[in-house]
Write a new protein. Structure first.
Length: 591
């Protein structure tokens, strides 16, 4: 129901296209520094080809008037040469503009990709990955099509219109005046069709981006869809989106189908009218046959430019939405990448001092939390789900920043440190143990700043109790693990993540429910690997299973976003009633 409401709201929002802002469009293009000389050369060649096409009717007029007399071979050769030359120059123009367009879209995608990689986690938490992909792929293509295809075609179309008008005026101003007297009528009839076509094109582009986003979400969670028997629900939702696109496509097809015949009919009417008037002029001797023939050729040449100008409005509608979405993405605040360097966090206490935080500025998640992790100690967080334990990990990783309070390493606020230096000090092993598509070697060295030998990789796999199962794989270190690591089990993913942490040799280790979803055998293996990994490091542990944190140097009990108690396992059993209940629930009354 909520998704349907969202979809209806989106459709309502998308029904009215934004007015195309040429200044914003050019400002966006200027930020990627395209090869303007390619655009200029492509336009120049296009204008030269158009000029050649405009000269043809004038030469043809002389050939027609020379019928019955000696054929002027120079004129014949000139006409043939113009046809061939114009075609070759036009092909060159298309190739150069194609190069320009590919350069624009590549640079724009590079800029968007670079921007995405430095956006904070909060952006990805609130924006669908499919929508982001649509901006990266579809919207950048629309911008390229407008700049490299539609604008050059529009410029050459205008030149063709203006050039034909001037040459026709020079040949016979009366015929030209009669012909262009109906142009306002053509525009008046065609404008409503073009306006509606523009609105539909904009709405279709918006709905296509939304459908891409939803499809990406569903396909990315296909296991959840199937395990929840939600195929029917998702089919209904997807069918609604597809039906919306289908109906928009039908409307677009109707308007496109109407626009072409309307334009053709109007142009044919003009041709017939000019032909009738010209024939009477020829009959009276006030015009020769060559001039009439040239006029008809110019009229034929005018059909294309009128159609091109109509298409240009539809393309600008699509590009206006694309430009707005790309601008919105580029204006998003980035993570702070600058700060004081931090080479080594060893021997320094990690402290959260009076930290408060909320995701939406309305519902507090953490309230005045103060926590200290002494060097090389194990600090654990326990408490009910939703209390804010994982949020603490996100703040320590600098995925988010506290609303108030400070997080310190030694006497330095981590907000003032270079974020890359800070994260280099941290090894994170989470419940999901995220694995990238690629080989085991690629995953072990993911993000590494230097090359590692096979011996080093096998060593960390051995330390993580992962060597045996990797050796049994077909290609060993070069075995593909599949998208999201689907070709390895949960326990194997966890041990690979631990091996990766061994390789990074972090000074601060964060374990977020690292054994929560494992079977007993896998948990035992992972726990042994984690015990090795924790040695000699400051370790932050979140765990619902108290057996994994009983030996921690200090346990903080988090409930309702606050620290309601802290101490060793024995201290909390004596002083904290809720913790004591947790222990009884998990270990029985004998505890």
């Amino acid at each position: 129901m909520q998704r349907s409401t969202t979809m209806m709201a989106a459709e309502k929002r998308q029904s009215t296209p934004k007015k195309f802002d040429f200044r914003s469009f050019m400002k966006l293009i200027s930020t990627i520094h395209p090869h303007y000389w390619q655009l200029g050369l492509g336009l120049l060649l296009g204008l030269m080809a158009t000029a050649g096409q405009l000269i043809v009717p004038t030469i043809a007029k002389s050939l027609i008037n020379a019928l019955g007399h000696a054929v002027n071979m120079n004129l014949v050769i000139g006409v043939v040469g113009l046809f061939i030359g114009s075609a070759l120059i036009s092909a060159g123009s298309g190739a150069v503009l194609g190069f320009f367009g590919e350069d624009v879209v590549a640079k724009l995608r590079n800029k968007l990709w670079a921007k995405l990689l430095v956006l904070p986690v909060s952006y990805f938490d609130t924006t669908k990955s499919g929508e982001i992909t649509s901006r990266l792929v579809n919207d950048s293509t629309q911008v390229k099509d407008l700049l490299a295809n539609s604008v050059p075609r529009m410029v050459t179309a205008l030149m063709q219109l203006i050039g034909a008008l001037i040459l026709m005026l020079m040949m016979d101003w009366k015929m030209t005046a009669i012909m262009f007297a109906v142009v306002p009528l053509v525009i008046l009839i065609f404008l409503p069709v073009a306006t509606q076509s523009r609105k539909i094109a904009f709405s279709r582009q918006e709905n296509l981006a939304a459908f891409s986003g939803e499809a990406g979400d569903v396909l990315g969670a296909v296991r959840l869809v199937k395990s929840s028997n939600a195929e029917a629900v998702e089919k209904k939702t997807g069918d609604a989106r597809i039906d919306r696109l289908y109906r928009l496509g039908l409307r677009e097809a109707v308007y496109d189908a109407v626009a072409q015949p309307v334009m053709t009919t109007l142009m044919m009417g003009m041709i017939v009218g000019v032909l009738a008037y010209g024939a009477s002029r020829v009959a009276s001797g006030s015009m020769n046959m060559g001039t009439l023939f040239a006029f008809l050729m110019y009229l034929t040449q005018l059909i294309g430019p009128f159609s091109t100008l109509g298409q240009f409005f539809a393309e600008t509608a699509k590009a206006s939405g694309s430009t707005a979405r790309i601008d919105e993405l580029l204006q998003q605040p980035e993570e702070s990448r600058t700060g004081r360097p931090l080479k080594d966090a060893s021997g320094q206490a990690l402290t959260m001092s009076h930290v408060s935080f909320s995701y939406d500025q309305e519902t507090p998640v953490l309230k005045d939390v103060t926590v200290t992790a002494a060097p090389n100690q194990v600090i654990a967080f326990a408490g009910p789900s939703g209390g804010g334990k994982s949020t603490i990990i996100s703040l320590l990783e600098r995925f988010y920043s506290p609303d108030s309070g400070h997080i310190l390493i030694g006497d330095q606020d981590i907000a003032n440190l270079n974020v890359e230096d800070w994260r280099e000090q941290i090894g994170l092993v989470g419940q999901d143990a995220t694995i990238m598509a690629g080989t085991i070697r690629y995953n072990l060295t993911y993000g590494a700043t230097r090359n590692y030998t096979d011996e080093e990789l096998w060593h960390v796999l051995d330390m993580a109790y992962a060597k045996t199962f990797v050796e049994a794989m077909p290609q060993g270190l070069d075995t593909e693990v599949g998208e999201r690591g689907v070709k390895v089990s949960g326990g194997q993913r966890q041990r690979l993540a631990i091996a990766r942490a061994f390789l990074r040799d972090p000074k601060i280790l964060m374990l977020d429910e690292a054994t929560a979803s494992l079977d007993a055998e896998s948990e035992m293996m992972v726990q042994k690997a984690l015990t090795k990994l924790m040695h000699g490091r400051t370790t932050i542990v979140i765990a619902h299973r108290l057996s994994t944190i009983m030996n921690a140097n200090r346990i903080y009990f988090i409930e309702n976003g606050m620290v309601s108690g802290s101490g060793t396992h024995e201290d909390l059993i004596k002083s904290h009633p809720i913790y004591r209940e947790y222990v009884k629930d998990q270990f029985g009354k004998a505890a």
